[in-house]
Design a protein around this ligand. Structure first.
Ligand code: FAD
Length: 401
């Protein structure tokens, strides 16, 4: 027996996990995604953090859907049991996260998303790719969501094809620039704030040790894979997380005025040679110049919205659509996964009264979400400065005692 039909918008990490969770708990789920199926296209894949850190917060939500799913993901992660701090001279210092082997885990973003989608397709969920949300109608008994369908078949038609789905409940998981959120707040009193911070990021790449296997090279990793590497330089910083193939995805965070003051690929290289000499050798001079020329530069902002649900109790936003945070705490996806677990646990506790649970979710979830967004903002200072402050480190060590 179906517990009701649910239409979910956005087949990113959070929307896909939400679809799987609602399906597992007996709902009839349809998932819509603006982009083409990521499993069959490489387009747009490398624009945002190739890997990310999944923490116990995210793992708990995955386990809630099924221990098998969590197990499969854990098989693919690289545990990071601490930070590795790189100073300007190239010295490295390990700072472990906990005394009992606590770790966060590096995972390939595409692998994780594909795995969730594959599970959904295997379980018979209808996933409509190339469907871009344009309208949300919450006025009737059924919730209507309308899309422009740009499937190949539709593209052959002379006019773009608009399709509408009707559901008992609808969920917006369509990310930072959520159309679902925009549509919802037109028919309710939803407060929204959006704040850019003066920081941008550029992704860089540390290749694997190419001569792996030769008698001189012991590892395919050129630095320790089981640490989150940080090059803290106060106003700016570089970080790197390992990938399974021996490479590292590195992210350079810096104020806009700093990058704008750098006028050429050569100046960018010189900036690196001065501030990150060891990382310059790892990434390679020509690669850095190319990164300056062609890698996308991402801006960073926080978005908060409240309440998350529509007063009719049949529509809700989750994930980045509800609470975009800056990435310094590595918790955006983890927190979106937690949204799904918390919401479904409320639905179960309320004996599958979804309307009551959506309202309860808004009321009870806000303080935690506000708190984690603040922590994310504060963590830039922690990573870029405090990790080299001897007094701060001593205080932290004493906390363990
Ligand atoms: P998204 O991933 O943005 O997915 C939204 C989906 O909705 C997309 O597939 C999009 O195509 C689709 N969509 C958008 N508009 C429409 C529409 N109109 N119609 C239909 N579909 C639509 N988080 C962590 O937990 N750990 C980390 O280590 C980490 N590192 C990060 C590093 C960087 C540099 C950045 C920028 C972020 C990082 N994050 C990290 C945050 C994480 O990436 C996000 O929190 C997470 O991707 C949010 O997932 P989501 O599904 O809510 O949104």
């Amino acid at each position: 027996m179906s517990r009701g039909s649910v239409g979910i918008v956005g087949a990113g990490l959070v929307g896909s996990l939400a679809a799987l969770t609602f399906l597992t708990k007996g709902f009839e789920v349809t998932l819509y995604e603006a982009r083409p199926d990521p499993r069959t296209t490489n387009k747009d894949r490398n624009l945002r953090s190739i890997n990310l850190a999944v923490s116990s917060r995210g793992l708990e939500a995955l386990k809630y859907v099924g221990e098998e799913l969590e197990k499969r993901i854990l098989e693919e992660v690289i545990p990071m049991k601490g930070r590795m701090i790189h100073d300007v001279k190239g010295n490295q210092e390990s700072q472990i996260y906990g005394l009992f082997g606590e770790a966060i885990n590096s995972i390939d973003r595409a692998y994780l998303n594909d795995l969730l989608l594959e599970e959904l397709v295997k379980k018979g969920v209808q996933v409509h790719f190339n469907h871009k949300l344009i309208k949300v109608d919450t006025t009737g008994d059924k919730q209507k969501i309308s899309f422009i369908n740009s499937d190949t078949a539709a593209a052959e038609a002379t006019e773009p094809v608009e399709v509408t789905g009707s559901f008992d409940y609808i969920i917006g998981a369509d990310g930072a620039h959520s159309q679902f959120r925009y549509q919802l707040q037109r028919s309710m009193r939803m407060s929204i704030s959006q704040n850019y911070i003066d920081m941008q990021y550029i992704e860089l790449y540390i290749p694997p040790n190419i001569s792996e296997g030769s008698s001189l090279v012991k590892s395919k990793f050129s630095i320790d894979p089981n640490h989150l590497h940080i090059w803290p330089r106060h106003n700016f910083m570089l970080i790197a997380l390992a990938n399974k193939d021996g490479s590292f995805t590195s992210t350079f965070f810096l104020p806009w005025e700093t990058i704008e003051a750098i006028k050429s690929p050569q100046e960018f290289l010189e900036f690196f040679e001065t501030n990150f000499p060891d990382a310059t050798s790892l990434i390679g001079g020509e690669n850095l110049k190319e990164a300056y020329r062609s890698h996308p530069r991402g801006s960073l902002m926080q978005i908060s919205a409240y309440p998350y649900h529509h007063p009719n109790g049949k529509a809700i936003i989750i994930g980045d659509a509800a609470h975009l945070m800056v990435p310094f705490y590595g918790q955006g996806m983890n927190c979106g996964f937690e949204d799904v677990r918390v919401l479904m646990q409320m639905i179960e506790t309320n004996d599958f009264n979804v309307e009551k649970s959506f309202e309860q979710y808004s009321l009870e979830r806000k303080k935690d979400l506000d708190c984690i967004c603040d922590l994310a903002m504060a963590n830039f200072k922690e990573m870029s400065s405090k990790v080299v402050d001897p007094f701060y480190l001593l205080r932290k060590k004493l906390d363990y005692v």
